[in-house]
Write a protein that binds this ligand. Sequence first.
Ligand code: ADP
Ligand code: MG
Length: 553
Amino acid sequence: MTTGKINVSVENIFPLIKKFLYSDHEIFLRELISNATDATLKLKHLTNIGEAKVDYGNPKIEVKIDKENKKIHIIDQGIGMTADEVEKYINQVAFSGAEEFLDKYKDSAKDAGIIGHFGLGFYSAFMVAEKVEILTKSYKDEPAVRWVCDGSPEFSLEETTEKTDRGTEIILHIAEDSTEFLEEAKIRELLLKYNKFMPVPIKFGTKTETLPLPEDAAEDAKPETQEVDNIINNPEPAWTKAPSELKDEDYLNFYRELYPMQFEDPLFHIHLNVDYPFNLTGILFFPKLANNLNIEKDKIQLYQNQVFVTDEVKGIVPDFLMLLRGVIDSPDIPLNVSRSYLQADGAVKKISSYITKKVADKMASLINENREDYEKKWNDIKIVIEYGMISEEKFYEKSDKFALYPNVDGKYFLWNELQDKIKANQTDKNGNLVILYATNEHDQHSYIKAAQDKGYEVLLLDSPIVPHLIQKLESSKEKIQFARVDADHINNLIKKDEPVISKLNETEKETLKKSIEEGISDSKFTVQLEDLESSDAPFVITQPEFMRRMKDM
Ligand code: ADP
Ligand code: MG
């Protein structure tokens, strides 16, 4: 027997990284800005704990396109790297300086918001660049260095005087097949997609700002303008703040910031905030949905430490929550991996069941706080609740506290209230409670009326998933049965002191019809017998249309 070490040659790995590291090449920008952010947050942490004795200042990250020379620059003012650190962190593929940092500073750094994880992000640069340069100067008093690599495993590393200020500049020499990333519009789109809420300000170009006119300005004075940094992100989005710091207005503004194209305000929000057994923050919004199950393009967005990961959340959050909008942010959501991995990830599963529970609790507290308001919103939220009830057992178990069952007259019952209301009146011979319901107030009007005349309560359950909901309720609750108001169940209900209505047979009907017709003694009218059980009118006398017209002439 022989044992040995598998020989992984870097020559072979590089093309693989380039091709398969991420399915989306555009990810390179997110990764490089994440590294720039980490470098800045690390410096912040080190100055906070007194280990770095430098002025932290107001650092920003700058992204610049040099279209002519086919280059993109990403410049930060973070901790930078010494020559040794470049050797260690950059030249070793799959060694994560971010993880090392978190290990070293443990508890003190756990809330620093460090993004990096696997030590692969940097190499995503080679998905779009044929050559990558790093110019970097550490906050430690050491010379700046330049590292250059053309995508082969050969690199060069040398001291340089070209960089004098602290931080790192990454220069991407964009490859022929990736020149789309030299377009300003493309980069702006990517920045807004992945980096819109990252914690360090990101500058992309400048913009002209109009200065306010001084009080004593002449009538025809032209306002002065100045060029200012165009900062594309909001470093402190609402979900990173404590709920106590935020007013309803702030939540609304955040919603509009998140979905600039959504013009209808949400019904309410849920602020998620947990740090045990995992870290998670976020804000979920209930949009107005009524009976509309179409999920529009604005969806829940997943973030990891304020970096956008995905809005393809199927399999990650429970289906019924996909009808909601908002943001979920957790450092435990892995950044670098595919969706199928995400779906199978244990942390992600826990997150999903936590959110389900949190939404259920929020519903229960909303209805307790203001029942009237909750009832008003019911029509718009019921589809989410009912969908949740049929698809998530944990949600269903809590639903008696907040699921409403409206009757046809617009009165709302909780499950227990409904039972109390009907138990005296609506049982069948087996002792089951029979819950009568209509699915369409208009079409089933006469049946509804008939049932109400007998003192029965008729629910209006009109959402498209009602059949499933009923099945769920019938299979889990004891001794209940649903009956559509126009089905014949209504005849089987037992009610004390109920007058017995017997049915007429065909001959009896004929006789009755004849005697009514004789009573009217006018051939302009016809008599029609109605089904006595289901209608409040035992017979109808009609005048044919042409007769009516003749009279009018
Ligand atoms: P990760 O971010 O998962 O640790 P990366 O491959 O993205 O892995 O980066 C590897 C390491 O290189 C980082 O952990 C960090 O130590 C170093 N690094 C990368 N970019 C920068 C930068 N802009 N400033 C300082 N250090 C950096
Ligand atoms: Mg990284």
